[in-house]
Ligand binder design. Structure first.
Ligand SMILES: [Zn+2]
Length: 160
């Protein structure tokens, strides 16, 4: 069984060796040469929406599977505990469905993040509204009231 040696690096080198998984935790990316031997470089970003990585001190697991549909080899495999497990080739139709699913999942993910951010901003606004209501309202009213008196007086007695 083919295995890929994990190599933890800060920067992925320009020339990458065979049978090695270059893992940059800093840049949240993993690269390796396609395991079919075609020589293409496979880049798997580590994000909540792309791949996740598990390291048990010896072997690395990357999920989900790696489907190199953009390469002529169209290889499809899993990397489980650094071992390459071949998976079935997908038809163009299956790839299209999977890509659409991925696209929709990502869209929902970013929509949720935006909604959470808006909710947080909303809470921030509510916090200031409460603060205004409890603390500053009377101060601001006093200032406004004084201005009003000054204006009234100003109207009566000219500029003071
Ligand atoms: Zn290949």
């Amino acid at each position: 069984m083919k295995t890929l040696k994990p190599n933890f690096v800060e920067f992925i080198p320009d020339v990458i060796g065979d049978d090695t998984l270059y893992i940059s935790m800093k840049y949240k990316t993993v690269r390796h040469k396609c395991v079919c031997g075609c020589g293409n470089i496979v880049i798997t970003p580590i994000t909540p929406n792309d791949w996740w990585l598990k390291y048990n001190g010896a072997g690395v697991t990357l999920k989900p599977s790696i489907g190199n549909w953009g390469f002529s080899c169209r290889s499809h495999y899993w990397i489980i505990n650094s071992a390459v497990i071949w998976a079935e080739e997908w038809s163009d139709k299956e790839v299209k469905i999977k890509r659409e699913k991925d696209f929709n999942r990502k869209k929902t993910y970013y929509k949720d993040i935006k909604a959470k951010k808006n909710a947080k901003d909303g809470r921030f606004f509510v916090f200031f509204k409460k603060l205004y209501a409890t603390r500053f309202k009377s101060i601001i009213q006093k200032i406004l009231h004084q201005n009003l008196i000054i204006k009234k007086l100003g109207g009566k007695y000219g500029n003071i």
